[in-house]
Design a binder for this molecule. Structure first.
Ligand code: SF4
Ligand code: SF4
Length: 302
């Protein structure tokens, strides 16, 4: 039976496509965007995360519950030896403060479908549906494809949020079962893209071109970051590239927030953490105007 690894299912989502949606987050991503707000989506495998701000100073319940002796309490800090931890979840079960979490669990297609079905009435009333996000959902192609087949049998609207850093063969394989792609476009300059995401954008730009030639509905999502991709030169590069696409007319502008910082610490990925700033409101207005004047329909914040 085909299984996949997900790290969250968010119900009543209103920024991940049209209407009210259930968003399923699949684990694993080929990019390492320095501003990523979902560091729990980077690795393909489940991991343990500590929410330090919730850990109670006087408590040490998890230390004695761990069969592997993987947890130490140093002052008010919980320290987990990831080498020893086998992700059994016993510590998560005993922590009444909800300070420990295994992020990522293996699920069957049917288990995800059961969650999706719960909100069917909201999808129908709001023209909503299901969104697959991550991480990069196409990294679990077989699982994603099986889910899409089941969802289409139920006639539910499907959105896939992708980095585009996948083979076009894979994108093409699922595209007939996808109603809308949310396509993340970070930076058009390849050198800069490599610097801030760890990979070249050549494949991403080519794939978007090909999806557009197939006539698929695509909304391009641009995460705006002050001093990285919000200067006039970068915006002009976005416009120039987007004008080469046949049917991409919708853009969503997203803004950086520092909400993911705690998660980096909790996953012991502090080394990957960098902080950025969103552009000022004035700058956002200017960027929006440039894009609208260039013929695009522009939404902000989702
Ligand atoms: S059980 Fe929870 S609150 Fe208690 S020490 Fe462990 S992480 Fe902290
Ligand atoms: S998940 Fe299991 S092995 Fe890992 S730290 Fe918690 S109790 Fe120990």
């Amino acid at each position: 039976m085909i299984k996949g690894t997900i790290f969250d299912i968010k119900r009543y989502a209103i920024h991940d496509g049209p209407g009210i949606r259930t968003t399923v987050f699949l684990k694993g991503c080929p990019l390492r965007c320095q501003w990523c707000q979902n560091p729990e989506g980077l690795e393909s495998k489940p991991e343990i995360m500590v929410r330090f701000t919730r850990c109670e100073k006087e408590c040490d319940a998890c230390v004695s519950a761990c069969p592997q002796g993987a947890i130490l309490k140093k002052g008010s800090q919980v320290v987990i030896d990831k080498e020893k931890c086998d992700l059994c979840g016993k510590c998560e079960d005993v922590c009444v403060y909800d300070a420990l979490k295994i992020v990522g669990r293996e699920v069957t297609v049917q288990e995800v479908m059961n969650e999706i079905e719960k909100d069917r009435v909201f999808f129908d009333e709001s023209d909503g549906g299901v969104t697959f996000s991550g991480g990069e959902p196409l990294m679990q192609l077989g699982f994603l494809e099986s889910l899409l087949k089941e969802i289409k049998k139920k006639n539910i609207h499907v959105t896939v949020d992708t980095s585009g850093y996948v083979s076009f063969k894979d994108l093409d394989r699922i595209s007939d079962r996808v109603d809308l792609f949310l396509y993340d476009l970070k930076i058009v300059d390849d050198k800069k893209h490599k610097k801030y995401t760890g990979v070249s954008n050549k494949l991403i730009l080519e794939n978007l071109q090909k999806l557009s030639e197939r006539g698929k509905r695509v909304i391009v999502r641009i995460p705006l970051l002050s001093g990285i991709n919000d200067e006039n030169h970068s915006i002009q590069m976005f416009v120039k590239y987007l004008h080469t696409l046949r049917n991409v007319k919708e853009i969503s502008l997203l803004f950086y927030h520092s909400g993911g910082c705690e998660k980096y610490k909790g996953l012991r990925k502090e080394g990957l953490l960098k902080t950025f700033r969103p552009p000022s409101n004035e700058k956002i207005k200017k960027i929006k105007k440039i894009l609208v004047d260039s013929g695009f329909s522009v939404k902000t914040g989702g």
